[in-house]
Design a binder for this molecule. Sequence first.
Ligand SMILES: Nc1ncnc2c1ncn2[C@@H]1O[C@H](COP(=O)(O)OP(=O)(O)OP(=O)(O)O)[C@@H](O)[C@H]1O
Ligand SMILES: [Mg+2]
Length: 238
Amino acid sequence: MNKNTKKVSKRVSTGIFNLDSIIGKGFKLNSINLVAGGAGSAKTIFAIQFLIEGIIKNKEPGIYITFEEKKEKLYDDMLSFGWDLAKLEKEEKFVFLEYTPEQVKKVLVEGGGTVESLINKIKAKRLVIDSITSFALLYSDELERKEASLALMDLINTWECTALLTSQDESKDGNTISAALEFEVDSIILLYYIRIKGNRVRAIEILKMRGTKHLERTFSFEISNKGLVVHPNKKVIF
Ligand SMILES: Nc1ncnc2c1ncn2[C@@H]1O[C@H](COP(=O)(O)OP(=O)(O)OP(=O)(O)O)[C@@H](O)[C@H]1O
Ligand SMILES: [Mg+2]
């Protein structure tokens, strides 16, 4: 059995309520997944919920690499969902790593570095990069950007973690996932926070899920006090 066949058989729970059943029991083990959406579309909550699922339910430590989010604020915000990141960090089940895009560029040149040693230290099985947008902005040349994106993906693959990358996408139809499309990811999930008749509505769409028959609809979701909850029977039309 080659590595790819093995990947197909195992699934990793996303932790988002009611999402796994829509996407064939979760993300593929050790796959790279993209969650794209505009400002405030709940990308960060999605990403942390994915890590929490691994840590709490599956004994899979997680690493969160960010260019944008501030540690104190994030820890504070996530407490409202009952997720105590400071405690998990002390227990060496969670690592928060604030990186500049330049530092990631350096990692690509030098190989794994700090990230790799942290992954090994806590035996991380889940990895988040929130978001890849500013990393992609480092490269103005299209070809160079594509090469850097592929290099980052190759590097992530060597870490044997299930990865989730977030991407800032302001478009309404998901057709301009600017930076993201250069990343040949295994799945793309779009988060919307759109105005319908004067009200803002949250919706989630599975744009792509390699090797999986997924439902081609846009679903409503809400941010509950326990995290994101998808409503599979509530269709959103916009
Ligand atoms: N405890 C909560 N209960 C309900 N809604 C919340 C809660 N915390 C945050 N939100 C909503 O989630 C939004 C932010 O979510 P999040 O930070 O995950 O978005 P994001 O897509 O990462 O945004 P950005 O692009 O700015 O990083 C807030 O604007 C708010 O509307
Ligand atoms: Mg965010």
